[in-house]
Design a protein around this ligand. Structure first.
Ligand code: CMC
Length: 436
């Protein structure tokens, strides 16, 4: 477990105009950069901090996930992502994120029982789906359906009751693959498949997506293992946009189902989870290796909104450790399925050229996890519109663990950032007939 932050030293702030100086406490975490505690800054100085994009702002204290972007390190509860991806199952990682440690055998059996107990969804949710157009984007459906869970599970909405919090967490982890698979089935016009609790989490998800009631479906173990890795690699990622959205929504004491729905909404954007869909669309748009230089040129042009999707990361500035693991997995899946996807060759060539180009090298823009996950998911048979849904399935445990950690803090306060106002100052009201 991480040690409690404590003030080791102070940071002195000097107002150049008045010459006044202020001492601010500096807090140390268990590893990583220390933070300057500015909670009393306004009271002491009459100033706010200004940090659009939150590039220098720690918004909370957390014991879940640690990232060192320069060294390409990602750890959950102190375990490296490489070890977890190599040796653990997704549910073991879920246990570590939720409870702080990898489970022993008995804990694992109990956790598996708790999760599988909740895999089915209320039967009336089937009818809820029918309100959506079949051609709706699956993420639009997921935002609505997951938010609607709070209309179905009234018995676990009391956020101050630890048992209800735990049941909600289990329900979300257990039901999210069922809902994601139902969303896919609804989209392609096939019957919903009920979950099978004799299968692993990843196997069951593949079964619910690709199985049919008319014939038996045998889960391919290579695909199940690759799916499990994809789930592990996306399980949590510190205070990114969607996680911060979940925390902010939860800080108002909203129920966990609606908080997770707000996380799904935030994840949908192409700068975040939507990038895996955008990578495939970009590869299709490039079409041929000979067109790569033209697209690289466009990516560098400040007047062109085009960016190389799947490249760059706010935190990782050398490599994305998740991308390194997935690249290997990607090869295995394509070999097992005997798929020679021309998009993979295109992707590899794009990666090679971009990594040699001074624009990308100087800005430390490397392929991120989404660069490879899209190619694997496509080979498995998922349509591109489902890619971000898979990210949401995996990230649900991270969101709910972060939410739970926040609610269990003794001093929960509503999140309420301030601003630098640059609009008009006070002016007289003008009646409509006098307005120009
Ligand atoms: N292609 C071309 N130029 C880029 C790219 C890119 N993919 N990413 C960043 N840049 C440039 C950007 O124009 C800027 O250049 P300059 O300094 O000359 O103005 C510089 O690199 C820094 O970019 P930034 O926008 O300040 O960086 P950021 O930390 O705000 O953005 C990012 C991070 C991930 C949103 C961005 O790199 C991006 O849009 N990448 C493509 C989308 C993508 O793959 N997103 C998935 C992220 S990983 C999954 C997840 O965790 O959600």
């Amino acid at each position: 477990m991480g040690k409690e932050p404590e003030s080791q030293n102070t940071f002195t702030l000097i107002n150049d105009k008045t010459g006044e100086s202020y001492k601010l406490p500096v807090l140390d975490g268990s590893t990583g950069p220390s933070v300057i505690d500015v909670q009393k800054l306004y009271a002491q100085t009459g100033h706010f901090t200004y940090d659009p994009g939150f590039t220098s702002t720690g918004s909370c204290e957390s014991r879940l996930t640690y990232i060192d972007g320069d060294k390409g390190i990602l750890m959950h509860r102190g375990y490296s992502i490489e070890d977890l991806a190599e040796h653990s199952s997704y549910l073991e990682v879920c246990h570590a994120l939720l409870y702080g440690d990898l489970p022993n055998k008995q804990e694992m059996e109990k956790f598996e029982r708790n999760i599988t107990y909740h895999t089915m969804v209320h039967e009336q949710i089937n009818y809820f789906y029918r309100g959506f157009r079949r051609d709706a984007h699956p993420m639009a459906v997921m935002c609505g359906i997951v938010g609607a869970l709070s209309a179905f599970y009234h018995d676990s909405l009391d956020i101050w009751d630890p048992e209800q919090r735990e049941i909600s967490a289990h329900r979300l982890i257990a039901k999210i693959p069922t809902l994601a698979a139902m969303t896919y089935k609804y989209n392609v016009g096939q019957p919903f498949m009920y979950p099978r609790n004799d299968l692993s989490y990843a196997e069951n998800f593949l079964y619910m997506c690709f199985g049919l009631p008319a014939e038996p479906y045998k889960v391919n173990p290579v695909l199940a293992s690759a799916m499990d890795k994809i789930l592990i690699l996306h399980a949590d990622h510190e205070q990114n946009a969607s996680t911060s959205t979940v925390r902010l929504a939860g800080s108002s004491q909203a129920n966990p189902f609606t908080c997770i729905s707000s996380g799904i909404a935030s994840l949908w954007g192409p700068a975040h989870g939507g990038a895996n869909q955008a990578v495939l669309e970009m590869l299709d748009e490039i079409g041929d290796k000979k067109n790569i230089p033209e697209f690289i040129k466009r990516a560098k042009d400040k007047d062109d909104p085009f960016r190389l999707m799947g490249f760059g990361h706010r935190v990782y500035k050398n490599f994305d450790p998740r991308a390194a693991v997935l690249k290997k997995s990607c090869d295995q899946v394509l070999e097992n399925l005997g798929v020679s996807d021309p998009r993979l060759e295109l992707a590899m060539e794009l990666e090679r050229i971009a990594l040699e180009d001074d624009y990308f090298v100087s800005r430390k823009l490397f392929p991120n996890v989404d660069f490879y996950s899209g190619i694997i998911l496509k080979a498995m048979g998922f349509p591109t519109s489902m890619f971000t849904v898979l990210f949401a399935v995996a990230r649900t445990v991270g969101w709910i663990s972060q939410w739970k950690e926040m609610i269990e803090e003794p001093t929960l306060r509503i999140g309420r950032p301030r601003q630098l106002y640059t609009g008009p100052v006070a002016r007289p009201y003008v009646p409509m007939d006098k307005r120009k």
